[in-house]
Design a protein. Sequence first.
Length: 320
Amino acid sequence: MTGVQTCALPICFPVTIAPPFPVYPPDPTPPPPAPPPPEPLFPVFDVPSPPFPVPPAPPAPNRDYLIQARWTKASFLRQVVESIKDLINETNMDWDKSGIRIQGMDSAHIALSNIFLDATDCECYHVKEGITIGLDMLRMSKILAMANPDDSCELFIKSDEDASLSILLESPNSFKKGLFEIPLLEIEMEFLNIPETIYKNEIKISASEIPSAIREMSFLGDVVTMTVDNNRFSISIQGDHGKGVRTWSGDCLTIRSDLDEKFSQPFPIKYLLLALKAATTTQTLILEISDNCPLRIRCMFGKNSHIINFVAPKLIDTDE
């Protein structure tokens, strides 16, 4: 009997493999809300934060006034008036769009003061039309002396029919005010056109140095001599009561000199001290001396305001 050989074929059955963890259909309902936080032990109040501080706008000028100038600090104007009241008692004040100009000479015509108060240094400034008014500086200084350190100062004339200048002193909170009037004067004086001069020696020094040194040595005599020698500057006084010399050099001052030799020039102490009162308005004093020229004292302050004083040199009798 012949044997039949057969080949067994593998038979495949579907096999389902169970996942390692159970799978649930998504839950259409949202999760429950979180529980509210516990009540605080003490009541909490919602305090709104204060608004960002905004500085107040500067006061607008009164366009109906003839002239008006206001400074936030009365000391700005007080220092200027104090520096010239003993040199020029009565003088004219010229107002125009750019600022206020004051010019005057002493009775002996030895010292000249030339002042410019720039309009940009004022909190508000208005000039309807240019005007020149005469004022008594002594009266004005006494009024400004009543101002407190933080008081503001305002000068104004309402119309061209007014015969006085109004001065308003006001505290920062406006709780205290003082209103004063000083009569206008008719002063026959023309503003001098001062030619620009190039000085050969220029000294820049701390504003308090020179005035205090001259005051301390003024008992020695009535003439002070200023000397520039290379990088040194000195003042000397010689009289019946003795002689004294003060010298500055190094980093305490700056000297510009176009001369190769020592230069000296004498000045009368009385008028020099009056002119140096302007040093209270600035931090750096600028002295300019040159041959055949008056001493020029420059004091810069504010944005573009200045006081420029001139003192004629002392004539020395060479016949003695």
